[in-house]
Write a protein that binds this ligand. Sequence first.
Ligand SMILES: [Cu+2]
Length: 175
Amino acid sequence: MQETAWMVSLVLMLLITFGVIFVAINSDKRQEDYGPLVKSAYGFRTKLFWAVALVFLPAMIFNLMDLPYDVSRAAGKGAPQVINVTGHMWYWEMDRDEVSVGQPVEIHITSADVNHGFGIYDPSLRLVAQAQAMPGYTNVIRHTFDKEGTYRVLCMEYCGVAHHNMMTEIKVGKS
Ligand SMILES: [Cu+2]
């Protein structure tokens, strides 16, 4: 019995050994076979990397320029005109309603009760900027009005029965 077990073990061990040697020899051969292929693939990968980098890096920078982060830097040419706004049911409280054209405006918006939406519309009633008026938070709009006129402020979030009465104006005049 022991003899048989020993013979079976020996045969299995030999099979495993041959298997390992077979794989070892073949893996060596395969590495040689794949050598030139790997080299050309890596070459292609390098070219692809530079193509993507050269195309997408400028494209990304170009796209990022339109982000409003730039606006705060533009404000460097003069202190921004600050308007403090508080939304109430159902009116807007603003500490000023006249600003100069072509100069950065910073609007600090909060709410005394529920959420409101502070939306600024140009004289042709096109929405130019908006932010949420939230109790406990102050959201900031940075905007430079490039046309004179009377801009309308409307509430953009339904806040109760007299929501439609939440209207006020910002007058944009000569600097
Ligand atoms: Cu409202």
